[in-house]
Design a protein around this ligand. Sequence first.
Ligand SMILES: Nc1ncnc2c1ncn2[C@@H]1O[C@H](COP(=O)(O)OP(=O)(O)OP(=O)(O)O)[C@@H](O)[C@H]1O
Ligand SMILES: [Mg+2]
Length: 241
Amino acid sequence: MAEFSIRLDDLGYEVAGRPVLSGITLHSPARRIGVVGRNGSGKSTLARLLAGLLKPTSGQVRIAGIDPIRDRRAALETVGILFQNPEHQIIFPHVGEEIAFGLRQQGLNKAEAARRGQAMLQSFGKAHWTDAPVSALSQGQKHLVCMMAVLAMRPQLMILDEPFAGLDIPTRRQLARHLDRSGTRLIHISHDPGDLAGYDHLFWLDRGRIMAEGAAAPLLADFTAEMIRQGDLDDIADLAG
Ligand SMILES: Nc1ncnc2c1ncn2[C@@H]1O[C@H](COP(=O)(O)OP(=O)(O)OP(=O)(O)O)[C@@H](O)[C@H]1O
Ligand SMILES: [Mg+2]
């Protein structure tokens, strides 16, 4: 079997004629890829393109040879995504049915989906959450539900769109450890260099373009220095886009 790799070729995405992403070319066989960029640089748009949730305006996405837009079925088996905000991910009122949903999408029958969902909850020591209302969970607990729901689908690649933003240090560390343990390939997208230290291959996204790529340590050092420089210069006007 060919080596698993991510290939983005001259990818572009426009909204109402305005480019949000342009000329994104990214080739990597790395197991843990990081994408760092500041607010509004196009990170969530890139995450959605990778997962096949948005159609590129130009260029193409290939994940292990799959076009996630054209081959939805293969994409569902291959790629999982964790959103920035769990409220954008969770559909069902109870934890068990939320976790079973993705498995049903993958074609498992109701009983199999419930069984596999229960096994996932059990592996996280959360079997007692099956009938818990999602609305009663804290933000960190909702993030964990989303992570379990995606991991239950056994994706080869997991796309993380800042899933740890707003979580405390122990929760971040625990969730990161669970991800490491799962052994799934990762594309972790974040504005926070601390999330990406130790990743195998990094890309720096700036105003919709790849500004640099390389090893984590030097790239994150350059990114941090530039963010401090911009923070010293900036007013917040450019947040308006
Ligand atoms: N559907 C849309 N309609 C209009 N503008 C959009 C749309 N999607 C993205 N944009 C614009 O594209 C730019 C990038 O947005 P995106 O959400 O991808 O950034 P981000 O890097 O994830 O930001 P953050 O760090 O704040 O989450 C922003 O200027 C945003 O306003
Ligand atoms: Mg975002």
